[in-house]
Design a protein around this ligand. Structure first.
Ligand code: ZN
Length: 203
């Protein structure tokens, strides 16, 4: 914990003064262009990956970068999506999965999650992606990357069920993007709906 406290001290004494104008501006409001929905995995740093500054990404994280279909249950992801789209007016939503994702491993083998029932229930949101991939490729033939990619596409589709997003989509003033971050290489692939596949985002 001391490492974190030392970090805060350094942040306040060195980093904030270096970017004082930015932090002064941010002190009274935010107007991010992007809602960035990604996994809670400690290896993902959205700002580092995209080289963005504080105030540029409205970040929403949970295990498996899940977008629960809109319904009666109240949970943080749905509230964050509504706030970002209806109040902040973000122009883009990025659903960003990643390689070696434990949540997707869980969705592929839910029988291993009996000791953690809440996690099992949560990753069930990704289960349809695994089942759909199995239907196409055959049971036992779905690799982790394919399941991860199909989960991103599934969660993108769930965004349509959120009224605040649906309204913005109907008005044509918001874009939804599906990404997979490849840990190790730093590559990010993006979903291309025309080919129904993922391609490097930098190409
Ligand atoms: Zn993950």
């Amino acid at each position: 914990m001391q490492k974190l406290i030392d970090g805060v001290a350094k942040f306040k004494s060195e980093v904030v003064p270096e970017h004082q104008a930015l932090f002064d501006k941010l002190a009274t409001g935010q107007s991010p262009d992007v809602l960035f929905i990604t996994c809670a995995d400690s290896r993902i740093d959205p700002a580092m990956i995209t080289q963005t500054l504080p105030g540029e990404l409205f970040v929403c994280r949970n295990a498996g970068n899940v977008v629960p279909p809109h319904g009666q249950s109240i949970e943080g992801t749905t509230a964050s999506i509504e706030f970002a789209t209806a109040v902040l007016g973000v122009k883009h939503i990025v659903v960003c999965g990643h390689t070696d994702c434990g949540a997707i491993k869980g969705a592929m083998a839910p029988q291993n999650l009996d000791a953690i029932p809440r996690v099992k229930d949560w990753v069930d949101h990704a289960r349809a992606a695994v089942k759909a991939a199995e239907a196409t490729l055959g049971e036992g033939n779905v690799d982790l990357l394919t399941a991860t990619e199909r989960n991103v596409v599934l969660q993108m589709s769930h965004l349509n069920s959120h009224p605040a997003v649906a309204a913005r989509l109907a008005a044509g003033d918001i874009d939804v993007h599906g990404w997979v971050y490849h840990i190790g290489s730093g590559d990010v692939t993006a979903y291309d709906s025309a080919s129904d596949s993922f391609k490097s985002v930098t190409q």
